[in-house]
Design a protein around this ligand. Sequence first.
Ligand SMILES: Nc1nc2c(c(=O)[nH]1)N[C@H]1C(S)=C(S)[C@@H](COP(=O)(O)OP(=O)(O)OC[C@H]3O[C@@H](n4cnc5c(=O)[nH]c(N)nc54)[C@H](O)[C@@H]3O)O[C@H]1N2
Ligand SMILES: Nc1nc2c(c(=O)[nH]1)N[C@H]1C(S)=C(S)[C@@H](COP(=O)(O)OP(=O)(O)OC[C@H]3O[C@@H](n4cnc5c(=O)[nH]c(N)nc54)[C@H](O)[C@@H]3O)O[C@H]1N2
Ligand code: SF4
Ligand SMILES: [Mo]
Length: 746
Amino acid sequence: MPDTENKTTFCRICEPLCGMVATVEDGRLTKLRPDRDHPLSAGFACQKGIAFAEIVNDPDRVTTPLRRTPDGFVEVGWEEAMSDIAARLTAIHRRHGSGAIGWYMGNPAAFSYSHLFGVTAFIKGIGSDAHYFTASTQDTSSRLLASQFLYGSPLAVPIPDLARTDLLIMMGANPLVSHGSLLTAPRIKDRLREIIDRGGRVIVVDPRRTETAAEYEWLGIVPDGDSALLLAMLNVLFAEGLVDEKRVAALADGLEWLRRQCAPFTPEATVENHGIDPDRVRELARTLAATPRAAVYGRFGTSVGRHGTLASYLIDVVNLLTGHLDQPGGSVFSTLGIPGQRAGMMAMGASLRRTYRRKRTRIGGFRAVIGSEPAALMAKEIAVPGDRQIKALFVSAGNPVLSVPNGDELESAAAGLDLMVGLDLYVTETTAHCDYILPVTTMYERDDFAITFQQFQATPFRQATDAVVAPPGLARSEWEIIDDLMRRLSLRTPIFAVFGAMRFLLRRFGREFHPRPVIDMIIRLADGGNRFGLRRSGLTFRRLIGEHPHGKVLGDNIRTGVLGEVVAYRRPRLRLAHQDIAAEIARMSEYALPQDYPMRLIGMREPASENSWMHNPPLLWRSGKRQQRALIHVADAARFGIEDGDPMRITSPHGEIVLPAGVTEDIMAGVVAVPHGYGHKGTGGWRNANRAGGANVNLLMSSDPDDVEALAGMSQLVGVPIRVARDDDAPRRGSDAVEEPVGAEV
Ligand SMILES: Nc1nc2c(c(=O)[nH]1)N[C@H]1C(S)=C(S)[C@@H](COP(=O)(O)OP(=O)(O)OC[C@H]3O[C@@H](n4cnc5c(=O)[nH]c(N)nc54)[C@H](O)[C@@H]3O)O[C@H]1N2
Ligand SMILES: Nc1nc2c(c(=O)[nH]1)N[C@H]1C(S)=C(S)[C@@H](COP(=O)(O)OP(=O)(O)OC[C@H]3O[C@@H](n4cnc5c(=O)[nH]c(N)nc54)[C@H](O)[C@@H]3O)O[C@H]1N2
Ligand code: SF4
Ligand SMILES: [Mo]
């Protein structure tokens, strides 16, 4: 009989962090099922969460350090790998300084506190010229910068108060597939349904009639038209006297400036930009102003257009002017509730604002939001000679060859690096170029507390977990790897010296140098915490795991009236007037699609896929819903003589791909939607993913500094100008048979 145990934990693939029960047989994770006793996800988990057991046990997973040789990768020991990496990195640092060193940290890192701490420690320690890239310039930097402008800190990001709202206007989000973003709300489909059940409305503003739009009210918009729509709504609010000016004046500076900015943008003047009937725009503004509990929420689609910072800023401004910011049922701040949190917000806000003001990227002169440079320019930072040219690049939990514009450029740049190191579960299209691939733990092989997502909790909630199984083979956590590397480097930077002293002191007390005590401190100080003994039964990291394995709900609702704690400017008032915003409004007004590219490209996510990295588990493969297609409106398809399943050529000013067409009425005319993350071409070691076919849509995206969003350095991933044609050279592939996947023997 095997020794079988069921261990309660939670999923960390995407943001709801659904409760999970892991079956562990003889130390091996054999099954994952949803945790029925989790107070919020209550027995829900999606197919990706369940299939993760196949990632843990994937025969294609890297579990030993790999070194690249002319004949391919060979397995090596940690000692050999780390001593060589440390020696080469030290030499590069001595010769060229910290400006020759870069790190790209991808999306899954956001789900691991120790990974985040490790990379932050390394990048701060190695020297102030180092290059730091994250997935956030493909995703959130614009949203964070809007917060920095308005509240003085990129860390103050409001979320819609799902539990109490009666009108939710959702722009550029598809939570029925994505499960929510910058919004941690398990069973989000039920939460949205409850809005309808209590007589409310959910309006989905999206160029595609998405899975979410189909459930609620769809308002089709021209891609990248959000800023124009929001300016027009503000114009109506001002024109019709719907702004509670006294209230706004009590909270914010710059109302008159804002009024002037909006003046030219009437619904009629903007209709070409957003494509929405002027009467509907007026009605939308009036309804929003007249509904006491209402919120506008924007996410991925509003963040990655040409003007993502402007759109995100305008969303909050509309919430403010209609009286819905920081109000029950409105757009609210889910804070940790740490005593003196305003002082902390002020200190961090001031430091991040300073970085934004002072730091300029070598290529393009961009400013860095949360210290992170535009990933779209990473290839040029490697390839273009000069001071601060990147010679050594680390990539952890990211696959930028597929996720960032112009992956081909990045691949050829990578060939010129003196040292490239990947920390990943797989040989991917990106790590395939590395000199070393270092095997890491999956989420079920490490302890965790999802620190990143605490402030996005729609219901105040805490959960922590221990590792469920031991890492396979030689896999190690990112923290262990980075800590080992920092110890081995023969560099005496001031911060590494401090770490050395801390390590020494802690060892004398029999303790390890590890970020866990920092997280424990946050849990203790935050709402529900034990406040270091002041609240006897309060939470600690250990207690969360031991006494609340399914997590702990801290209250039904998010506290409102917290602007005074959240705003990080010295005077606790919002700032509406920004020259940068005015400049973006001007840029938006001047923009026209390039000639010959009259259509616009957007993205779409699929339920059985996660960015570029869940194409290997056989369980997801078998669900059979995952053939990458390019959706196009029936009228456009007819115009170009394209039938469903026909090969369609999509051309942008920067590249060309061919995909089977999916002809549909559920998209705006003039728009094409393509899922990203495909285009595995056999350089990676994930055998099923390699057979998933498809094309890398990011070959159509631009890595030209002129196309990078000016304020936050965002890659433009939606609203991208394209043209399409039937591809007569390609074989018809609408009816491709799905091959049997390589098994994971779970
Ligand atoms: N199944 C699955 N779930 C995921 C992921 C995944 O890959 N697969 N990825 C995860 C990650 S990393 C993230 S960041 C989240 C993102 O989750 P969400 O923020 O919900 O984003 P998307 O699902 O990409 O939905 C964005 C929507 O914006 C629309 N859109 C495109 N252009 C525009 C525009 O100009 N204006 C407006 N108003 N809408 C536009 C698109 O049609 C799309 O429906 O999802 C996470 N969850
Ligand atoms: N065109 C287009 N491009 C997009 C998007 C889009 O919608 N359209 N979405 C963008 C968004 S929102 C995002 S967040 C980015 C994501 O882009 P990236 O973060 O660059 O890449 P992912 O595809 O998420 O790949 C994650 C990698 O991490 C590895 N991994 C998984 N778990 C772990 C772990 O615990 N530790 C380590 N070390 N590695 C791990 C996986 O094997 C995989 O190789 O893509 C962006 N790119
Ligand atoms: S929705 Fe799916 S992938 Fe996301 S946390 Fe829940 S189970 Fe995991
Ligand atoms: Mo993302």
